[in-house]
Design a protein around this ligand. Structure first.
Ligand SMILES: Cc1cc2nc3c(=O)[nH]c(=O)nc-3n(C[C@H](O)[C@H](O)[C@H](O)COP(=O)(O)O)c2cc1C
Length: 392
């Protein structure tokens, strides 16, 4: 029986039933390599004390959430007191994010953390979005996303959200269904979007019918993503299995499960093709995701009027603030982007989540949808060395 599972996995995907001991590979465990997550210790001493504060600011900014942890940020420091933020066009997600909306949000998250860090050091960050003109609706190009001019300003206020930057992590664990998100935490999340003109919505345990609908849409969208070969392959392409791959890339999605690592070492983890819809690798992931959704006591969403590039960046800024505000209350968060994605297979869940969140008018866009609750803590996600982001 175990042998049969093992072979099926070898032709399939990333979730498996056989145990490590079945394979005699108990020694093949894998842990997060410390160098992959060194950024989470805060700025290195030489950066903290160095003359160029921009590196200190960036050491916090690169801890921003980014879709698929692609870290598609380039910071041009060639002009003094200025950072020009560009998008690394080699780090896009053309299948799951065909319009690069999430990539733009992921630049907004970085800008927000940069702004919080600047305030902390008594600097005003004057951020000009798309200083050479905005990207069109379909494609990005080499023009900058933002120019950030930094000036000392005694009137800027520190923001308490700064203190949460090193504590914030995306948490994909099962949540505690018995522990509702308290109204104080919801209020803090709602208040956190304030600087931006967008709508924050949420649902908690008291609305059990709505919760069921949120879970159903999220699960269906996840099943679609898993069973559409080009979209699941996009995730496989950035899947880093085991500490050696994690440390070599320091980006993407980390898989450190000892069993997966053992199979990969044996050359039995096939990432070259998508598992079939009825393969165990697919059905077990759907089941696992359903359990996580069923454990979830709350969902939130961020809706914008319009969906131009500036709006997308600002939605990312708002999301970063919401997650930091949740972190201050020890509330965990896990974005659910599948139903928001603009590829045709998602049309139905896309329409359903827009209707459910009263965002069905033309132009209204659900920019972020996330599950929210209490969960065991997770390890930080890798970040590339700061030097990788800098051009000077
Ligand atoms: C715009 C955007 C969309 C995201 N969508 C998802 C998602 O659908 N599923 C998920 O597990 N994480 C999602 N994330 C979270 C990223 O995967 C996460 O930020 C990244 O892996 C880095 O981990 P960290 O947030 O713990 O630093 C999203 C993040 C952003 C900014």
């Amino acid at each position: 029986m175990k042998r049969r599972n093992f072979v099926r996995i070898a032709g399939g995907g990333i979730v498996m039933t056989a145990t490590v001991s079945t394979l005699g590979l108990a020694g093949c465990s894998s842990v997060m390599p410390p160098e992959a997550i060194e950024a989470w210790r805060g700025p290195a001493a030489d950066v903290a004390l160095g003359p160029d504060l921009r590196r200190w600011l960036l050491s916090y900014a690169i801890l921003a959430p980014h879709s698929h942890n692609l870290q598609s940020w380039i910071a041009d420091l060639s002009r003094p007191d200025e950072i020009v933020l560009r998008c690394d066009l080699q780090r896009l997600l053309p299948q799951t994010d065909p319009l690069s909306r999430q990539i733009m949000m992921s630049h907004g998250t970085l800008l927000e953390l940069l702004d919080l860090a600047a305030r902390e050091r008594g600097l005003r960050a004057d951020i000009t979005l798309f200083p050479e003109g905005t990207f069109g609706p379909d494609k990005l190009d080499t023009r900058p996303v933002a120019r950030i001019q930094l000036r000392p300003d005694a009137t800027v206020h520190k923001d308490p959200l700064f203190a949460q930057i090193l504590r914030r992590h995306t948490n994909r664990n099962a949540y505690d269904l018995q522990r509702a998100v308290p109204s104080a935490a919801w209020q803090a999340m709602a208040a956190a979007v304030q600087p931006h003109a967008l709508r924050f919505g949420q649902v908690g345990v008291e609305e059990s019918t709505a919760l069921v609908t949120h879970r159903r849409i999220a699960l269906e969208a996840w099943r679609i993503e898993l069973t559409t070969s080009r979209t699941i392959m996009e995730s496989f392409d950035v899947l880093r299995v085991g500490s050696a791959e994690v440390v070599a890339h320091r980006d993407g999605l980390s898989l450190l499960d000892p069993m997966a690592v053992a199979l990969a070492r044996l050359g039995l983890l096939d990432r070259s093709k998508a598992p079939a819809p009825d393969a165990y690798a697919t059905t077990s992931q759907v089941k696992d995701f359903a359990q996580k959704l069923d454990s979830t006591p709350g969902f939130l969403w961020i809706v914008t009027e319009g969906n131009d590039r500036v709006t997308q960046v600002n939605a990312g800024r708002a999301y970063a603030r919401v997650q930091l505000a949740a972190t201050a209350h020890d509330v965990a968060m896990h974005p659910l982007s599948q139903a928001l994605q603009e590829y045709p297979e998602q049309d139905k869940p896309y329409a359903e989540i827009h209707a459910l969140t009263s965002a069905a008018r033309p132009g209204q866009t659900v920019q972020m949808w996330a599950r929210v609750g209490y969960a065991p803590p997770v390890e930080p996600a890798p970040r590339r060395p700061m030097q990788d982001f800098i051009r000077s």
